[in-house]
Design a protein around this ligand. Sequence first.
Ligand SMILES: Cc1cc2nc3c(=O)[nH]c(=O)nc-3n(C[C@H](O)[C@H](O)[C@H](O)COP(=O)(O)OP(=O)(O)OC[C@H]3O[C@@H](n4cnc5c(N)ncnc54)[C@H](O)[C@@H]3O)c2cc1C
Length: 319
Amino acid sequence: MGITKTAAIVGAGMAGLTVAAHLAKMGWGVTLFDKGRKPGGRMATRLQDGFIFNHGCQFASAHDAGFRAALIANQAKIWPATGNKFSGTPSMASLAASFASGLNVQLNTHVSFMAKQDAGWRLSLHDASTTPPGLVDPQGELSAAFDALILAIPAPQATALLAAINHPFAGELAKVHLAPCWALMLGFAGATPGPDIVKPPTGPLSWIARENTRPGAGPQPVSYTAHASAAWSAAHLERPADDIIATLSTAFAQATGISAPATLARAHRWRYALADAPLSQDHLWDPHQQLGLCGDWCLAGKLEAAYLSGRSLGIRLTT
Ligand SMILES: Cc1cc2nc3c(=O)[nH]c(=O)nc-3n(C[C@H](O)[C@H](O)[C@H](O)COP(=O)(O)OP(=O)(O)OC[C@H]3O[C@@H](n4cnc5c(N)ncnc54)[C@H](O)[C@@H]3O)c2cc1C
């Protein structure tokens, strides 16, 4: 099949990867740009000193048959042990990598500006791996032109790009809110027996998971990821990471009964974690400008919502 149209997609999380796969299947020439070192966005995994942490999305609930089939096709397995929730095998990053395979993903590429010109959409690209970020194309601020542009990034980040070109979608996004989340990562070098999953009913933490219980995890030292509740994270958002580690480690010990000191302790702040006030619309599409927006925040703070939003935009553009 020859290329019919071209699209630039900013953001290679679940929403961007899903719309990209649909358009590519329908014969479009698709390029994804992501400022991260790997595809997946909040489907993230950190490897540190021999420990593995899935510090973002924990699992995917699958109510939609198409999403469930896509998860299974990308080697996701039921986790925790029973129910309708899936983990990547062995990590959420490997699930993202599987969804991204075969797609043209330009990583370490931060999109800082976009402009609609006669030839199509042009983007200003910066190499996110250098400090300060350098222009990807030193010859010209704006690189190749695309027929359509899709922003598959968290609403607040999309608002900034849209506001710079005075697009009315920036106003639509004002009603969307994403709550933050502090993630605590603890590694234990010795064998530290402890619970697989804990959902503390009180205190700062709302979720604790032992990483080496994931499907296909194989032998690895014991590591835990714990998430603070949205309310606690919002109240302590600007505190230094060391303070957060100290407070959340105490809560972790109380909730799990693990009193041994961790060999490794890290905290990660997700400024935009879970959409608690979504748009309640599958996606946004401006046919005149050939500009679309999708992401979990259109529907709910869930991986499945990101998939459904991306899929709906892909169908809209090809029917
Ligand atoms: C701590 C935490 C726990 C979670 N737990 C769960 C869970 O258990 N179950 C569940 O279903 N969901 C969970 N979620 C939510 C789930 O991760 C998200 O709903 C989903 O991953 C969102 O996908 P997305 O494609 O919409 O956005 P994202 O994954 O955020 O992808 C957006 C991408 O855009 C890139 N980007 C942003 N701006 C730019 C730019 N200017 N230029 C280039 N690239 C850019 C980012 O690098 C990112 O890769 C959790 C999220 C967090 C943070």
